[in-house]
Design a binder for this molecule. Structure first.
Ligand code: T5A
Length: 206
């Protein structure tokens, strides 16, 4: 049996992931494909509860390794209950953030050992990897200005510039390590240009 495709969107705060996820969804539906849109952390009842805990701005301090394990606990439930069944039904799964975010935020930002992340990735995902990942990259100030316009900041968004810089560097390293899968998109361009770039990659995939 063939399976659907797994597409993820990644990047720092406010770079335009949700906006472009919607764009991709419409584009794929127009091509007659069955699409399922989801997000991380989240995507199941349990994972959405974990998301609330992880993002709550009134939770001032979560130990970094606890944060990592909660991300993967949410991901394990999401993969088993939502992502794998959808792919098996030949749906195209569009996911707002996935494991590259863990390498960037918990690895780069929090400074956790990537070997531990890689171990958890293998344990939780086994062979599952996205078919294509769009890494939306923009200067931190641009993304934060966009995120602030949207309203109250979550627990991650209250971090400082130095944290976001480490996150950005870690994302770019991931793209460098996995150039076939991860496509860097300059998110500091007009939205129409961003979407033109994304569409070119998708046309090649379809
Ligand atoms: N996290 C997550 C981890 O630490 N580890 C993990 O393993 C995972 C999975 C989740 C948080 O959890 C952390 C990372 C995150 O901090 P989130 O809500 O998924 O949080 O992520 P955010 O980055 O906070 O999502 P945002 O909704 O803030 O940002 P988006 O989705 O990137 O941006 P979007 O599309 O909402 O756009 C923001 C604004 O910019 C405009 C849009 O219209 C919108 O108003 N915009 C543009 N304006 C001008 N030009 C463009 N090119 C534009 N593109 C978008």
């Amino acid at each position: 049996m063939t399976r659907g495709r797994f597409i993820t969107l990644e990047g720092g705060e406010g770079v335009g992931k949700s906006t472009n996820l919607k764009f991709i969804e419409v584009l794929l539906i127009e091509k007659g494909l069955q699409v399922m849109v989801t997000r991380e952390p989240g995507g199941t009842a349990l994972a959405e509860k974990l998301r609330q805990l992880l993002l709550a701005s009134d939770v001032k301090k979560i130990d970094a390794s606890t944060e990592l394990l909660l991300m993967f606990a949410a991901r394990a439930d999401h993969i088993q209950q939502v992502i794998k069944p959808a792919l098996a039904q030949e749906k195209w799964v569009l996911c707002d953030r996935f494991t590259d975010s863990t390498y960037a935020y918990q690895g780069g930002g929090r400074g956790l050992d990537t070997e531990n992340i890689a171990w958890l990735e293998k344990f939780v995902q086994q062979q599952l990897q996205p078919d294509i990942t769009f890494l939306l990259d923009a200067p931190i100030e641009i993304g934060m200005a966009r995120a602030k316009k949207r309203g109250a900041l979550d627990r991650f968004e209250t971090e400082q510039h130095v944290f976001f810089n480490k996150v950005r560097v870690a994302f770019l390293k991931r793209a460098n390590d996995f150039p076939k899968r991860i496509k860097i998109i300059d998110a500091n361009q007009a939205l129409s240009m961003v979407q033109e770039n994304i569409q070119a990659h998708l046309d090649a995939l379809i």
